[in-house]
Design a protein around this ligand. Structure first.
Ligand code: GLN
Length: 253
């Protein structure tokens, strides 16, 4: 029987399995955030590794051997719905963060990885404190395209948040705002980074448009998963690079 054609990569043995945990895909995944999980899974495979995607839902046990963790945005009500589960898993998430597991938290989950989010109605939702940031909800929302200069290049996304986030004294930002509001529309900081934990306000989804950032996360995860240096394969990112470059040119003159 003729065998179905396989790409050279598919016919090679996997370089290793990366466990990718998506926190709260039902409650905290808006404005295209699910695309980040799909992008990571697809790129992990194109780099010759195997992606094991695990959706973590409130009330379930957090995967013990997570190599990469992502969380997205949500309404204030969604954030309130995941609070108990987040605290049930707080020690584990803090330990993973301390062990260098890469994490990318967007908007509502970014706020909950900080010290606290106080809603516009004054309700205080405590956070995990993995990032030293604090967020205050406002009546006016910060909405629109956003561009940040980061160590992974100039990154584009779309933000929609009422929360103004302030960084603690020693907290590093993820990037510098070139366009849009970033953390608060005032101090020019965008997101936060501690170790391999990244928080920011970029929806879009952000990773398909910014493959260098996606591959950085995959690289950290591959090293943890295999105990060896990341062995990337060449990728054709022509379309993403062109879309990002056009967006940057359109917004920044
Ligand atoms: N509820 C939060 C805010 O508006 C988070 C919004 C979001 O995740 N998009 O600040």
């Amino acid at each position: 029987m003729p065998q179905p054609a396989t790409s050279p990569l598919e016919s090679r043995p996997s370089k290793g399995t990366i466990n990718l945990v998506h926190l709260y895909p039902r409650e905290m995944s808006i404005y295209g955030d699910l695309g980040n999980t799909r992008c990571l899974a697809a790129r992990i495979a194109r780099h010759g590794y195997t992606a094991n995607v695990i959706g973590h839902h409130p009330g379930s046990v957090l995967a013990q051997d997570a190599h990469l963790v992502v969380g997205g945005g949500g309404q204030d009500s969604g954030q309130a719905r995941v609070e108990d589960d987040l605290f049930a898993n707080a020690d584990r998430l803090r330990a993973l963060a301390a062990d260098g597991v890469p994490m990318m938290m967007i908007c509502g989950t970014y706020q909950l990885f900080g010290n606290a989010f106080v809603t516009v109605e004054g309700k205080r939702l405590p956070g995990l404190g993995i990032l030293d940031v604090t967020t205050q909800g406002n009546a006016k929302r910060m909405i629109g395209p956003s561009v940040l200069d980061t160590e992974f290049g100039t990154i584009v996304g779309y933000e929609n948040h009422s929360g103004s986030t302030s960084l603690g004294a020693g907290q590093a930002a993820f990037g510098a705002v070139r366009h849009g509001f970033g953390n608060n529309g005032e101090d020019g900081t965008g997101g936060a980074r501690t170790g391999n934990v990244f928080g920011h306000y970029l929806h879009g989804p952000v990773l398909p448009a910014n493959p260098a950032f996606a591959d950085a996360l995959i690289g950290y995860a591959a090293e943890l998963a295999t105990g060896r240096a990341f062995e990337p394969e060449p990728q054709d990112d022509t379309v993403a690079d062109e879309a990002r470059t056009r967006q940057i040119r359109r917004l920044i003159r």
